[in-house]
Ligand binder design. Sequence first.
Ligand SMILES: NC(=O)c1cccc(Nc2nccc(Nc3c(Cl)ccc4c3OCO4)n2)c1
Length: 294
Amino acid sequence: DLMELLSTFTMELNRSDTKLEGLIGQGEFADVYKGILKTREGKQIVAVKVLRPGSSEKNQKDFLSEASIVSQFNHPNVIRLIGVVTQSRPMMILTEYLESGSLDHFLKARDGQLTNLQLIGMARGVACGMVYLSDMNFIHRDLAARNVLVGENMLCKVSDFGLSRELADDDQDTAEYHTQGGKIPIRWTAPEAIQHRTFSTASDVWSYGILVWEIMSFSERPYWDWDNLDVIKRVETGYRLPPPQGCPNVIFCLMMECWDKDKSKRPTFSEIVSRFDELIRSPEVLEVIQRKVV
Ligand SMILES: NC(=O)c1cccc(Nc2nccc(Nc3c(Cl)ccc4c3OCO4)n2)c1
């Protein structure tokens, strides 16, 4: 069970060794603080997610589930867990602290100030994190710029595993997770996952394509102010997001492949990383940009 998994993978920390400095983020059931953790080596700056007192059983279970999921990961492009406080209340999750915050805010604050090569480097980092997660049989189900954190030198790390799920071994062949209910981030979610609630690494690839569109558009809102029903209908009839201004054709082609209606035709995350590596090796192809027809 969850507590067993947690005790296997995570380090229970002493609350007295933690000190909350300042609020840096607020979620539905938890607040995130910048904090300091006293360790044998000295002091470490950390991020601390604190579950709101009085949270429901389900929220407590989801909170512990995120900690147990994150605790299994060890990759430079995936948020790293330091430990948890679960033996007293409020419960807390402590991770490495990423100073630049979430990718959507990072891009909004730098609109037009980053080069295509810098943007592609961030997109590539997220894809590397997703190669690792998909190899670990995890599907994220909520891949979006808001759920990627930015560290030093614009190193991007996949975070926020509130909706992620592990594919049970017997699902290997179908490799699909059938969710019973719960909210779905419509504008980032593949059509088959919306219609049949079948999530897979291929549906994470669709979301990744939307995330790359967010990166290249400096965090424009996908489908702008359309309502969710219009998004579903228009995408179902074949509509796809247009290339963001200044987006190299080769990057837009990659996005379009991620948005193939047939999930078996979408590229794998490994293929996406390889495509980025080719582009970075021959940056001249990034100069080919579709000019906006006025
Ligand atoms: N500098 C800033 O304004 C700033 C804003 C937001 C986040 C961070 N930074 C930041 N760094 C690391 C983690 C998080 N948030 C987070 C997540 Cl996403 C999941 C689980 C968990 C977290 O903290 C502890 O447990 N945040 C920094």
